[in-house]
Design a protein around this ligand. Structure first.
Ligand SMILES: Cc1ncc(C[n+]2csc(CCOP(=O)(O)OP(=O)(O)O)c2C)c(N)n1
Ligand SMILES: [Mg+2]
Length: 656
């Protein structure tokens, strides 16, 4: 006997309820409420292959409401993702299981992105949809043609990032993006009306989406709505009217079903109500088989796709793009650029050096997709070879993200997750605060996403303290698995770009200056010196009495201080520290050598001291900024805040 769709949806309900019960922790309400929507999507529309979770042309499914993780884990188990055994469901939320509290990318096969912070999944999905359209334009329908489906909750849509994400998606007419909103009118504190009276459909419509509302428990109507979504020329929102905890004996529709175990009595009563007689973590054969059959059906398009790929004359190029390695020609172009910079010794802002490095690489690295949050001219992120990525021809490689830093950062995560493209984009360093939650997810997921963060200090001048980062380097450096680069000249900037592009499992933040700074690396090097994170740029004339540590534009100031100290008979060395995280990855012996044994250590950075004691010790001297900046020309500010060669000399001498 074939299992009915309702029974298939109930299978999700019961698994979610039982797993949360077993863990005595988790969120049964959302998976139970959205079980019907998910059943229709995963049995009739979603293109995926449980046997090959990373098949390139699969549809992307994003559970933006990550608290409903049991919905996704149940689907993965039921449709036949091998790793997701019943035992893993039984071990929901336990150490080392494939079923952590919220879905984690890279941890669980079939999980497309890490979700949990509400709104992130939705914005990430926008990036996936951008990548899909771009690669479709580059490689054609034969190789790339899939959809991105999102399940989002009230909370996802209340978050500010949702505004940025949906307006960007609407502007780009991302017709392959569909959002299934769990329109249950409930959040944790109770009725949605406690905190929301807005009209989501009107909001999405205003942003350029096609919208529809359906009964989220009516499989027929859901299927019609999803079919409708696949025929639109713009992104689509389907408001699925649901009851949270649908099926629960007494808690159905109540916010009490959002985030805790229902309790033994409720679970028993619910089993009775659903007519579900199987014990926990046992799936009746007919239902198990119906789900596995759905998984096999969903995978059918893959065999045809495999044949098309085999026959394609773009096969090698396509696979290389997916692999994400930089073409040899691009690496070579960057090396030649570095050699040129050593010769030419340009004195300019490091943001300009970054633009020059990009001009050298981008023509040879077709997978790189640039952009800026409305600061293109300031970030130097667009090179001549790039045309704009936009509807209807998505072949361009430059995204006008608009003033949407948060969605930009999340969209870049989506692009990197999608694969086939290498995203980078710019804003001011100060506004990394606006994109930080997405940067954190990139670090957690281990994604190659490159943030170009210009105007990196008081050196930006007259825009004043609202625009002058002081704590941002420290704050970003605190984040695990994020490489924060602050290069000092053209050569270091190009070296840092090389490192960022090579770091396939680590995002990068490039802190770049607005103001000019002289060329410092004027001798050819045998290797990428920035790869060590810190290195001795200029040795002392004799046994060093003073070690100066500096980053970015302050390295040149430290070199001037070194000249003054040396002239005064104090042997002094200068260490450039372009990337703390890479320095921490060096051997202990290398670290000791670079920190050195000079009795006096001084660090120079136009920011707060936090963290610098690692280099200079508690009794070291710090030349930087203890508080906020000020509005004035850059040179005056460096004088005003005492970040000068003379001040460094004084600080060193006071310790000698
Ligand atoms: C950025 C962020 N803030 C807060 C939370 C904690 N949180 C998890 S779910 C939720 C809201 C629940 O309402 P809804 O999104 O409608 O989900 P439902 O209860 O309907 O499943 C909150 C505040 C979070 N996960 N992310
Ligand atoms: Mg809700």
């Amino acid at each position: 006997m074939r299992a009915a769709p309702k029974a298939m949806a109930d299978a999700i309900r019961v698994l979610a309820m039982d797993a949360v019960e077993q863990a005595n922790s988790g969120h049964p309400g959302m998976p139970m409420g959205m079980a019907d929507v998910a059943t229709v999507l995963w049995t009739k529309f979603l293109k995926y292959d449980p046997k090959k979770p990373d098949w390139a042309d699969r549809d992307r499914f994003v559970l933006s409401a990550g608290h409903g993780s049991m919905l996704l884990y149940s689907l993965l188990h039921l449709t036949g993702f091998k790793a997701m055994t019943m035992d893993e469901l039984r071990r929901f939320r336990q150490l080392g299981s494939l079923t952590p509290g919220h879905p984690e990318y890279g941890h669980t096969p079939g999980v497309e992105t890490t979700t949990g912070p509400l709104g992130q999944g939705l914005a990430t999905a926008v990036g996936m949809a951008i990548a899909e359209r771009h690669l479709n334009a580059r490689f054609g329908d034969d190789l790339v043609g899939h959809r991105t489906w999102v399940i989002a909750s009230d909370g996802d849509l209340m978050e500010g990032i949702s505004h940025e994400a949906i307006s960007l998606a609407g502007r780009l007419k991302l017709s392959r993006l569909a959002v299934l909103w769990d329109d249950n009118g409930i959040t944790i504190d109770g009725d949605l009306s406690l905190s929301e009276t807005g009209d989501q459909l009107a909001r999405f419509k205003a942003a350029g989406w096609a919208v529809k509302r359906v009964d989220g428990h009516d499989h027929g109507k859901l299927a019609s709505a999803m079919r409708w979504a696949t025929r639109q020329d713009r992104p689509t929102l389907i408001a699925c009217r649901t009851k949270i905890g649908k099926g629960l004996a007494t808690l159905e529709g109540s916010h009490d079903s959002h985030g805790k175990a229902a309790g033994a009595a409720e679970v028993a009563a619910t089993r009775a109500k659903l007519g579900w007689t199987a014990p926990p973590f046992v799936m009746p054969d007919d239902i198990a088989e119906a789900w596995l059959a759905a998984g096999r059906r969903a995978a059918r398009p893959r065999r045809k796709w495999d044949q098309r790929l085999k026959a394609s004359d773009r096969r090698a190029e396509f696979l290389a793009a997916l692999k994400g390695e930089l073409p040899a020609a691009a690496a070579k172009a960057l090396e030649e650029h570095i050699a040129r910079m050593v010769q030419d010794r340009p004195a300019d802002a490091t943001r300009a050096h970054s633009g020059a490095a990009l001009s050298a690489i981008v023509p040879y690295a077709e997978s790189m997709i640039g952009g800026s949050a409305d600061l293109t001219g300031s970030n130097n992120t667009r090179v001549k070879a790039m045309t704009v990525l936009d509807a209807p021809d998505y072949a361009g490689r430059y995204v006008n993200y608009g003033v949407r830093e948060h969605a930009m950062a999340a969209a870049m995560n989506g692009m990197a997750l999608h694969g086939g493209v290498i995203p980078y984009a710019g804003t001011f360093l100060i506004f990394s605060d606006y994109s930080r939650p997405a940067i954190r997810l990139a670090a957690l997921m281990g994604l190659r996403v490159i943030h170009v963060l210009t105007h990196d200090s008081i050196g930006l001048g007259e825009d004043g303290p609202t625009h002058q980062p002081v704590e941002h380097l420290a704050a970003l450096r605190a984040m695990p698995n994020l490489n924060v680069f602050r290069p000092a000249d053209a050569v270091e900037t190009a070296e840092c770009w090389a490192l960022a592009l090579q770091s396939q499992r680590t995002p990068s933040a490039m802190a770049l200056s607005r103001q000019k700074t002289p060329a410092l690396r004027t001798e050819p090097a045998k290797e990428n010196l920035c790869a060590h994170g810190a290195y001795e740029l200029s040795p002392a004339s004799a046994k060093a009495q003073v070690s100066l540590f500096a980053t970015g534009t302050e390295v040149a100031i430290a070199l001037n201080a070194q000249a003054l100290l040396e002239a005064g008979g104090v042997p002094t060395r200068v260490v450039s520290v372009p990337c703390w995280a890479l320095f921490e990855a060096q051997s202990a012996a290398y670290q000791r050598r670079v920190i050195g044994s000079a009795p006096v250590r001084v660090a120079v950075e136009a920011g707060v001291r936090m963290g610098w004691d690692r280099f200079i010790g508690e009794d070291g001297a710090f030349v930087g900024i203890p508080g906020f900046g000020a509005s004035a020309p850059a040179e005056q500010l460096y004088q005003h805040f005492g970040i000068t060669a003379e001040a460094i000399v004084e600080a060193a001498k006071a310790k000698l």
